[in-house]
Design a protein around this ligand. Structure first.
Ligand SMILES: NC(=O)c1ccc[n+]([C@@H]2O[C@H](COP(=O)([O-])OP(=O)(O)OC[C@H]3O[C@@H](n4cnc5c(N)ncnc54)[C@H](OP(=O)(O)O)[C@@H]3O)[C@@H](O)[C@H]2O)c1
Length: 232
């Protein structure tokens, strides 16, 4: 059995990546805080003949991250793919584009950088023990539109994720684990529809096509330390 672990699997692109991995016969650990949404993802995967296990994970909490290895050990001692996808868009209720820096919510800065950047670094640190030269890590970045305001925490997080992607293969060279990232443009997810009702589906990437590209990168053993850009 092949095993994959996906953060951000409760919705959006992460949910599509989890479904794509399950369709390729991976047993998928689907991680996040919204257990109701994860139950639904697990159901959709099992209806299509796949296998998934829910992992309650808050990337903001080191305590929560440290529970993950024992949960994995109940099923396997090997992970083939680690998909670090969770992100913050920018809040559950609103996006922060255009908000002046002094008015940017403190909580959003703390959560984005600590959960999405630091949390993924720590999670990876605790999961590398399950990985070897046949394993692959893919991190989710995002495009950086010059001249935007209200994106400081997101840009810092995504630039950090890209630096992590380039440095990690060096840190892990003895293990030979491949590490790459996908940097997509605007994706037509539920949040994008909610926050930008004027955006036409044709103006953004399809979540499923982004998920397919993400899995393609995970499986391409020619890639290591690469940031792959995906535009509409
Ligand atoms: N949508 C776009 O236009 C776009 C463009 C470029 C890049 N991206 C990137 O692609 C990824 C997915 O984006 P999306 O729009 O599909 O995301 P989304 O719908 O906003 O979903 C975000 C995911 O992140 C998880 N998450 C957030 N905070 C977390 C925390 N503290 N602990 C654990 N999980 C947490 C959420 O899970 P729970 O709520 O269950 O915890 C959810 O599954 C993100 O990294 C995003 O930055 C998106």
């Amino acid at each position: 059995m092949k095993y994959a672990f996906a953060t951000g699997a409760s919705r959006g692109v992460g949910k599509e990546v989890a479904k794509e991995l399950a369709s390729k016969d991976y047993f998928v650990f689907i991680a996040g805080r919204d257990l109701g949404a994860l139950e639904q993802v697990k159901l959709e995967i099992s209806i299509n003949g796949g296998n998934a296990e829910i992992v309650a994970l808050d990337l903001l909490s080191l305590e929560s991250i440290k529970t993950v290895p024992n949960l994995i050990k109940e099923k396997t001692d090997h992970l083939d793919i680690l998909a670090n996808i969770a992100g913050m868009y920018h809040d559950d209720e609103k996006h922060f584009f255009g908000i002046p820096f002094e008015q940017y919510p403190d909580d959003a800065i703390i959560k984005n950088i600590n959960a999405i950047l630091v949390g993924h670094i720590l999670l990876t640190k605790y999961l590398v023990q399950f990985m070897d030269k046949d394993s692959s890590i893919v991190n989710m970045s995002g495009s950086f539109d010059e001249g935007e305001t209200g994106v400081i925490s997101d840009f810092i997080t995504k630039h950090g994720i890209e630096i992590f992607t380039k440095q990690l293969p060096i840190e892990l060279k003895d293990k030979g684990i491949r590490v790459n990232a996908l940097r997509p443009g605007f994706v037509y997810t539920e949040n994008v529809k909610k926050f930008f009702p004027d955006v036409e589906p044709t103006e953004a990437l399809e979540p499923m096509s982004v998920a397919k590209k993400f899995v393609e990168i995970a499986l391409d053993n020619r890639l290591n330390g690469q940031i792959i850009e995906m535009k509409k």
